[in-house]
Design a protein around this ligand. Sequence first.
Ligand code: NAG
Length: 309
Amino acid sequence: MKQNILALTILCLCISSIPLSSAQEQTLPCTFRMMDGFYECFLNAVSTPNNELWNFAFTGTHIAGQSNAGVTRLNIQGSRSYFIIRQAFTTFVNLRVYSFTAPIAGNVMRFQADAFQNANMLEQIIINGAGLNTIFPNALIGAPNLQVLNLQNNLLTSLPNSLLDLSYRLTTCNLMQNQLTEIHQTFFARTTNITNINLNNNQLTSLPQILLSQTRLIVQFHAQSNQINAIGRRFLDNLNALTTLNLLGNACVSQNFPNINSGNINDVHTALQNCYNNYGGSVEPRSFRMNLRGMMTLWREDGTLVGRL
Ligand SMILES: *[C@@H]1O[C@H](CO)[C@@H](O)[C@H](O)[C@H]1NC(C)=O
């Protein structure tokens, strides 16, 4: 009996080790071409197995004078992929853009933990409509030069708080059309160069007081068509570069502010009074707020206007 169990155990070990000892390989046939200023590997209608252990080998004929080192964009369209193809970053060592668009219907993607581990040169991640539903907290750690993160039209319900903690160079973050119910107050704490944030068409219910406290260069903030019913009273403090604040279709405010400047910022604050009032009232300091921008505006602690001088 004991021997049988031992034999069975050995048999099981052998079987489970087979895929590891002979990693399966799939070739990905690139069409190499110049497009939009990139020398790219274009992949159309490929389908990868849902198994991270597979090796993916890019093949194809380069145009004259080019090589893998010259490839700056991976452009995958009309395809099925369950995760980021890591071999892209070791094959094309100067890759700037990883783009996966127009996937096969029903595609379900994840950013595996070490998805971008060799992506030192990567500047843009574009994963659109791919059914992306999981992002591991350190997924972007290997892409310190990321400038654009575009995850529009996916199935994200939450984001790891620390996802962008090393993304110092990020300028654009597009999370439009997902199912986010919350965005953590420190999510953008390290992205001090960001100019454009798009959270349109999610299910956010509030905008935390300090969400933008470190993003002093922000020009556009979009959060249309959410369910926002509360906004921290200092949400807009010191955002001197902000020109566009889009909040149409929310619970406490339904308006877009397309031309913000120092002359009309107080009108924005006035329009946001309901939102401010709904935001964790008792934790606000018990004092008047003075806003000295050409004129002085006095608010009561409950957010109602005392007057302007
Ligand atoms: C932030 O932007 C400035 C101006 O474009 C640039 O000089 C600086 O290197 C950027 N910082 C980072 C961390 O990318």
